[in-house]
Design a protein around this ligand. Sequence first.
Ligand code: ATP
Ligand code: MG
Ligand code: MG
Length: 554
Amino acid sequence: DQFADNHFIRNIIDEDLNSGKHSRIITRFPPEPNGYLHIGHAKSICLNFGLAYIYDGLCNLRFDDTNPEKESDEYVRAIKEDVQWLGFQWHEERYASDYFETLYHYAIELIEAGKAYVDDLDAEEMRQYRGTLTEPGKNSPYRERSVAENLDLFQRMRAGEFPDGSKTLRLKIDMAAGNINLRDPVIYRIRRVHHHRTGDAWVIYPMYDYTHAISDALEHITHSLCTLEFEAHRPLYDWVVENIAIDNHPRQYEFSRLELLYSITSKRKLNQLVSEGHVQGWDDPRMPTISGMRRRGYTPEGLRLFSKRVGISKSENVVDMNLLEGAIREELEGSAPRMMAVLNPIKVELVNYDEALTQSRSAPYHPQHPEFGERLVPISKTLYIEADDFSLNPPPGWQRLTVGGEVRLRYSYVIKCEEVVQDSSGRVTTLKCRIDHDTLGKKPEGRKVKGVIHWLSAKHAVRATVRLYDRLFTEARPDAVRDEDGQYKPFTEFLNPDSMMQIDAWVEPVANSLPPESRYQFERLGYFVTDRHDHRAEDPVFNRTVTLKDTWQK
Ligand code: ATP
Ligand code: MG
Ligand code: MG
């Protein structure tokens, strides 16, 4: 089972199906198109679409587009692409704005039933009337308007007769309710803002809670799943569907939000990173957005595995980056072919290289997957190896190369370093090494050579740009750091200045035939992906997805 199992929502659904309350479940994923989706949304997508998959039900994609000033078609397009890339297909694509006319008619019904009224209090006055957690609110002086007057005023609100913010439509529930959400919540406000889908057709827009409840009911959603901050809104959700003439009543269930340490899960704050230029766009590979993680080289399978592991519950869901990177690494281990790359080269000259004697071998792209095929790993007189794989003064236990020491070249011969060439500053520029020609595909005679290093033939290697990414923030909770006065510090103070380093490197010739988004393990170095936008077959660009081991030091 690829989705989170045995959680409380599955138990509820099992009961609802067993009891015959529902014969089929319908869920929805309801993003507001005001930004790109992030890792928290991936959890919600895997939950909603995953449940529909497990129970052979349906899941709608519904855009909750009731705040026109922040919404756009670009975000709609990006969200659809992300959901599909994660491996899901919605039953229907819906928009809350599709229901504006219907929502308006339900509002008229509520007015006619004496359950809604037009209020003239402004935002500040309304706040004063609302009361507090410990004190009941006060009724608005406009609360007892007649049905006829309310109908007239509401129709004129729609017709554009009143300025922005001068009137609202409110539900008449209870200003003394213990739950503040039930103290006559506003369900319509006047806003002259162009809407990405309805254009300038409306100057009044419905509020989220009202819209969400009715949209769910209209779509016959059986289980409306949302994050815990909506728990206190549930009585309002229920009130709305019970007080309009609609024949079904979806149930809302809440689960905890995912929080990822050293990262941020808020579209608003991610938007700030983009608009202030701290990153190179919503899909910058350092971003915790789905499109950023995609560009970083994460796989849909890896993200689904991560979602399964974080699970679904009502308890706090703060997870370390290691859990995410671990899932990605684990998935890539079996799915990514391998090649060799040298990021920080030093030259090796093979003093006894012999055209007639020295052979190149083929190597499989993956040790466990012969179906991935093989390629020739060419050898020649001059090689590149990783500078880190050589030491003039090695520590005890060193298994890589040193003067007088031996090492095996991966898929090739054992070599011995005989001499070091240094420049005038003492920097090692070239290692002169001797091949043991009797070691191709077999152990050397009479001694053990433990170290195996990666390498490339200098004349066959291909230049590539490699981007090494690290965490975007230096603080575990960058948006929760306070100063001496208890004020939140701007989270942008905790950006990691070393979150990206671009280098020139050498890779195998196959890089010259790869399309964008090809994922490879560079042996001993990590997982890398050809950049979705900047990679060209003739001019390869790789992004480091994740290192092979967890190397992060706190
Ligand atoms: P943001 O503050 O980032 O805008 P949001 O909750 O306002 O988040 P929506 O677009 O309304 O974003 O979210 C769509 C769905 O995704 C909602 O059902 C929401 O509860 C869920 N969701 C959003 N963030 C998370 C998260 N961090 N963990 C789990 N689910 C989330
Ligand atoms: Mg929201
Ligand atoms: Mg939001």
